[in-house]
Design a protein around this ligand. Structure first.
Ligand code: UT7
Length: 329
């Protein structure tokens, strides 16, 4: 049995925040943001309306409709997010509740930017062993509330956004996921992380942390960049070798949308033409676990993939974690 991709959907909050708007809160410039990252605008959630789980449920409903299945056909929910609604339980069970599903396993994975690839890998194992037939896999993030829209938080605040994407994977004799390769190296955990709130602290969370700006994500941007441009090609090559393919066989490449310069570097390294590489970071910024499923759903809607095409996905991020997936559509 293969894990076939049969449904896809995405949801982004209505509120568009342009670089120009950020200029009014932060000592930054549209020029700097576009030049360094390729981002022009991103979406910020509407408090009281959007949460990680509600956005995930909206994306999931679209994926279910496209798949032409009944919601009750889903026998597992895998939720990738670094920004769950609650500290615990995870948001997977909240999506389960919103979809009106009972008893099936629903769980969160915390693999940040690589969350969707890790989720594909997990889903594929459950389907290949026959344990599950139909899996809903989601990447959803509300990051605008975690960031500080200020000079102090500017390294992060100009890069990240909110949104959700979902896919349905189903056991099939048709082709589907050909391979997934996933990796991690905890040696670099603190190069891109959010330390607080956390059980490592005696207080878990304190006013001091807020005052000292320690309740914010931290990223060693240059170091992450350098490692990303090394790991992306490596892990893609791993998949190509396993499948006996070359980069010429790739019909569409959807990398995690962290930085347009990273995407460009990897595209050139693979020798792929621009039209075979998806970049939507200018519209949504970096939505972490949601970038790939959003871009995938958009690509499907735009007719960029047809039956039999080879899709290559790859991601790198906090952990460090990284991975690739090859899917025959
Ligand atoms: O999705 C998870 C994985 N994440 C990534 O893969 C992101 C990887 N890293 C990056 O994308 C890039 O490193 C950034 C976009 C984060 C930064 O680009 P950079 O070219 O590495 O810039 P930099 O951090 O080296 O900063 C260059 C300058 C600095 O000023 P000086 O020291 O040259 O005077 C910064 O202080 O830009 C300054 N700067 C800013 N200026 C305006 C930093 N942030 C900003 C800002 N607006 N928001």
């Amino acid at each position: 049995m293969n894990s076939s991709l049969i449904g896809w959907g995405f949801y982004v909050p209505e509120r568009i925040v342009t670089n120009k708007e950020l200029e009014s809160y932060i000592d930054t410039s549209d020029e700097w943001i576009q030049e360094r990252s390729g981002i022009k605008e991103r979406r910020f959630f509407k408090p009281g309306k959007d949460t990680v789980s509600t956005m995930a449920a909206e994306a999931s409903k679209k994926a279910i409709e496209i798949a032409g299945i009944k919601t009750e056909d889903i026998d597992m929910i895998i939720m990738a997010t670094l920004s769950p609604d609650y500290f615990f339980p995870g948001s997977g069970v909240l999506v389960q509740r919103l979809l009106g599903l009972k008893n099936i396993p629903a769980f969160d994975i915390r693999q940040q930017c690589s969350g969707f690839i890790y989720g594909l890998s997990l889903a594929d194992q459950y389907i290949k062993t026959g344990a599950c037939k139909t899996i809903l896999l989601i990447g959803s993030e509300v990051q605008s509330g975690i960031m500080e829209i200020s000079d102090r938080g500017r390294d992060i605040a100009v890069l990240f956004g909110d949104g959700a994407g979902a896919v349905i994977l189903q056991a099939s004799e048709e082709p589907g996921i050909l391979s997934t390769h996933i990796h991690s190296d905890g040696e670099f955990a603190e190069e891109l992380y959010m330390k607080n709130p956390g059980s490592i602290n005696p207080d878990f969370v304190s006013k001091q942390m807020i005052d000292d700006g320690e309740l914010l994500p931290y990223m060693n941007g240059r170091m992450v960049f350098k490692t990303a441009v090394q790991k992306f090609p490596e892990v893609i090559e791993e998949g190509l070798v396993q499948n006996g393919l070359s980069s010429n066989d790739i019909d569409l490449f959807i990398p995690h949308q962290a930085n347009a310069r990273i995407t460009e570097f990897v595209r050139e390294k693979l020798g792929l033409p621009e039209e075979k590489t998806v970049s939507n970071i200018h519209k949504y910024g970096n939505t972490t676990a949601a970038t790939i499923p959003i871009a995938l759903a958009e690509s499907m809607e735009a007719g960029l993939l047809k039956k039999g095409d080879l899709l290559c996905l790859a991601a790198f991020g906090s952990g460090f974690t990284w991975g690739s997936a090859f899917i025959r559509i």
